[in-house]
Design a protein around this ligand. Structure first.
Ligand SMILES: [Zn+2]
Length: 400
């Protein structure tokens, strides 16, 4: 007889009472894949529209009987509110954990995942939930990139995209005119007629207070293996939250294109994970204890999903090796936070409910293990046992 788990049992094998809204995820999946088909009105499908996000969070907070607080913690480049949802405060001696989603606007499922998770944490009387709330200060930034999440094509249809919407304004930083834009404002988005915008997930710097200043022209445009510049209000907002909370652990949720699991197996990978995105810089070395914490949590999620058996969650692989200190994950790891990246399969497939469940089970297992101090028994070296990514199929674009 399986012990009743607070999310895993609900989402994976039976007992649906703790997370009833999850049942809606499958039938509401968007038919026929992605975003840009004119006959489809995407915001009425399963995904939460920008205009719905704040009200949904307020509704969950109102039902939480004081467990959850919501605030607008910043504004996107285009002026959308960026929300922070807080369960508990680090000042009360609780272990701080931060979960952030949709830093890439076109990678939306993480936001749906955390809405489900917040709903459960706000209302469940399950002992595991109570234990998590007693022991953790758990904060969420759902949908950091509001601009990209609401990005529309010239005809006004919701297409979403990776970048925010923001022009390069060197004068804002006291830099001379003609200073090149950071490399992560793609040249194609600097062309006349295009809507300019940054990849926010390259805009972080391990010095969380870094700002461009007069005389910094030689730093630009920078490069992918170097820190970013905090030119986007979204990255600065996230970093300000990080500095308030100082999380012991940080989870970032993304999507990527489809991969097979190996050369000889055409089964799709459902999830790629990674716990190491930078080796550190001279000024900001990576603490081996932080790296091992990251490895332990990645192994925990890999084990948990594989153990479900008779499920689609066996296809988990390791994200390719990268050196990206300008990502949120990278700069936060260099500030002492253990990290885990979820790169769930593209939502172009009709698998949204399964993909939401997969991340919910992983995050639920992580919160439970952190709250109940169950990580020490995991050998961090097993991280390297997670199979490497197989070949890409279809769009091979790397989405981290
Ligand atoms: Zn991404």
């Amino acid at each position: 007889m399986r012990r009743r788990a607070f999310l895993g049992g609900v989402a994976g094998v039976g007992a649906g009472a703790l997370l009833p809204s999850l049942a809606h995820a499958d039938p509401q999946s968007i038919p026929n894949g992605p975003w840009n088909q004119p006959e489809q009105v995407v915001q009425k499908a399963a995904l939460t529209a920008n205009t719905e996000l704040g009200p949904k969070l307020e509704q969950i907070a109102a039902r939480s009987k004081g467990r959850m607080a919501v605030e607008v913690v910043g504004r996107s480049a285009a002026g959308w509110p960026i929300h922070l949802a807080r369960f508990g405060e680090p000042s009360s001696g609780k272990l701080p954990v931060l979960i952030q989603t949709q830093i890439h606007g076109g990678e939306p499922l993480g936001t749906e995942v955390v809405l489900h998770l917040m709903q459960t944490l706000a209302t469940s009387s399950h002992p595991t939930v109570r234990g998590i709330l007693d022991r953790l200060a758990l904060w969420f930034i759902p949908r950091l990139n509001m601009d990209g999440a609401d990005f529309r094509n010239a005809e006004g249809f919701l297409v979403q995209r990776r970048q925010n919407t923001q022009a390069w304004t060197p004068g804002e930083w006291g830099l001379v005119g003609g200073t090149p834009a950071p490399w992560y404002l793609p040249r194609s988005l600097l062309q006349p007629g295009s809507v300019s915008g940054y990849d926010i997930n390259r805009d972080f710097h391990p010095d969380l207070t870094f700002r461009l200043r007069p005389g910094d022209e030689p730093l630009l445009p920078g490069a992918s293996e170097l820190p970013g510049f905090f030119v986007t209000p979204e990255a600065r907002t996230s970093a300000a939250v990080f500095q308030r909370l100082r999380p012991w652990f940080f989870i970032d949720h993304h999507h990527r294109g489809s991969n097979t699991q190996s050369e000889t197996d055409n089964q799709l990978t459902t999830l790629q994970v990674i716990g190491l995105v930078t080796q550190g810089t001279a000024a900001f070395p990576l603490d081996p204890a932080v790296r091992d914490l990251s490895f332990r949590v990645n192994v925990l999620v890999w084990d948990k999903l594989r153990a479900l058996g008779n499920s689609p969650f066996g296809g988990i692989t390791r994200y390719p090796d990268v050196e990206l200190p300008g990502t949120a994950l990278g700069s936060y790891a260099l500030n002492g936070s253990g990290i885990m990246l979820y790169e769930t399969r593209s939502v172009a497939q009709k698998s949204m409910g399964m993909l939401i469940r997969q991340s919910l089970i992983g995050m639920g297992a992580t919160l439970e293990a952190v709250a109940f101090d169950q990580l020490d028994t995991i050998d961090p070296a097993r991280y390297l046992d997670i199979p490497p990514a197989g070949p890409s199929i279809g769009n091979p674009r790397s989405d981290l």
